[in-house]
Design a protein around this ligand. Structure first.
Ligand SMILES: [Cu+2]
Length: 467
């Protein structure tokens, strides 16, 4: 019996060895060991109750701001679990509109993705829905509505999901900074016209106040010598940040949740809506207390103050010594550019639709989740594909794929070697990009611009993964 099994296995191995491996199959094989195919639940369920409702909170510069909030907090509650834990969120909608929760960047089963009328019915006012899944990856993720997002996210509905490593590295502190901007009117309340022609024709709604964790005066108090993990998230509708930390020397350890192949110094990194960036910072010691301003330099002529890192010089500590957690397997996929693109997506705008302007993918504007029609692309589970995005417009489009990670391969045909995966990538004005990916989870997944006004005006589509 054992002998016969051995024979079968050998013949199988032989037949695989004799068939020449296609370049795409070789690239798919290189994904092995980069991140797990399946979740590994360890039998621990972490339950959270989340309610979306109106609230009045001391935000921005401390004035009372009427917002929509998860559990009366903006940012919403920080959900922190361990890799292998099962997350159960019992959600109640107390908003005057239907809503859902989408788990940005988390490789969830399709039914937990929070896309209304595609993966679940919208949660009506007064309704409930239980989200339950075991994340496959440790990292920094976030959650937000996928219904009328340009209004609901702007009003304050977002929160961070931190999935800690099974054995978290011993940082002195692990801190989350949610970057957002707010457009306030003359009464100092949220300007309540959404999806204006101006926002739709430009790069979405950019506010007149920039905040970190809801405040314009955010500061992080630290001690000299501490080694901190700082998790940045851009929860803005449209604004892009290029955070700079003069005087500190941050190393990037993770992007969009996943660790890098190796830590790299933070140089210009364009944190588009949806993107996350995890930084490893060792604070300088020294006898005097010092303050390090952190600024956004996306438009260097118009920098924004984000926050201050304050180092107390009185009580320096010895930096904890441990190797950077950034040592993931990230395939180079450099041959990927030689493989023909599976599909090209042309990003553009035209007059028409209910807003007077429509943002289109291959000439199609997504006409509401109820009328989404056939998926624009069907992919086989486990196959390597290259997708190309051609920005025919002059505006910015951070393209986000649900349910999977990808690697940026090229910008304008020139190879790009980022030592990390992403779930969101900024496509600049008139730029063409190529990405490579291997879808692992069957279902109908969204692909859309994360400038929420562009998505609202049509720049969304579905693709299906079969298998
Ligand atoms: Cu866009």
């Amino acid at each position: 019996m054992r002998f016969r099994l051995f024979l079968v296995v050998s013949f199988a191995a032989l037949s695989v060895a004799c068939r020449p491996e296609t370049p795409a199959a070789r690239l798919a094989r290189q994904l092995r060991g980069a991140y797990p195919e399946h979740a590994a639940p360890r039998g621990v369920v972490r339950t959270f109750d989340i309610e979306a409702r109106e609230a009045e909170l001391p935000l921005i510069d401390g004035g009372k701001l009427r917002v929509w909030a998860y559990n009366g907090q903006v940012p919403g509650p920080e959900l922190r679990i361990r890799l292998g834990d099962t997350l159960r969120v019992r959600f109640t909608n107390r908003l005057p509109q239907p809503t859902t929760i989408h788990w940005h960047g988390v490789r969830v089963p399709n039914g937990m993705d929070g896309v209304p009328s595609v993966t679940q019915p919208p949660v009506e006012p007064g309704g409930t829905f239980t989200y339950e899944f075991t994340p496959k990856d440790a990292g920094t993720f976030w959650f937000h509505p996928h219904v009328r997002s340009s209004e609901q996210v702007e009003r304050g509905l977002y929160g961070v999901l931190v999935v800690e490593d099974a054995a978290p590295p011993p940082y002195s502190r692990d801190v989350v900074w949610v970057l957002d901007d707010w457009l306030l009117d003359e009464t100092h309340q949220i300007f309540d016209r959404f999806n204006t022609p101006h926002d739709l024709m430009h790069d979405g709604r950019w506010g007149n106040f920039v905040t970190v964790n809801g405040r314009t005066d955010a500061r992080l108090d630290t001690r000299g010598g501490e080694r901190i993990r700082l998790r940045l998230l851009n929860a803005s509708n449209g604004r892009i940040y290029a955070p700079e930390f003069p005087g500190l020397e941050p190393q990037i350890i993770a992007v969009d949740g996943l660790y890098l192949a190796r830590a790299i110094p933070l140089e210009r990194f364009e944190l588009a809506p949806g993107n996350r960036l995890d930084l490893d910072i060792t604070l300088p010691g020294g006898p005097a207390s010092r303050s390090f301003p952190v600024t956004d330099q996306f438009y260097p002529a118009r920098p924004n103050h984000l926050a201050d890192v304050v180092v107390d010089g009185a009580a320096p500590t010895a930096p904890p010594r441990f190797a950077s957690p950034a040592h993931a397997r990230v395939p180079a996929w450099s041959e990927g550019l030689q493989i023909p693109a599976t599909k090209e997506f042309r990003l553009d705008a035209r007059r028409g639709g209910s807003y007077g302007i429509e943002w289109t993918i291959n000439g199609q504007a997504f006409a509401g989740h109820e009328h989404h029609g056939a998926p624009m692309l069907t992919l086989e589970r486990g196959g390597w594909v290259r997708l190309r995005f051609v920005n025919a417009s002059y505006r910015l489009h951070p393209i986000h794929l649900h349910g999977m990670f990808f690697r940026l391969l090229a910008r304008n045909g020139a190879p790009v070697d980022e030592p990390f995966f992403r779930d969101t990538v900024l496509v600049h004005s008139q730029e063409t990009i190529d990405i490579g990916l291997v879808p692992l989870d069957p279902g109908k997944w969204m692909m859309h611009c994360h400038i929420l006004e562009h998505a609202e005006a049509g720049m969304m589509t579905l693709f299906e993964v079969r298998g």
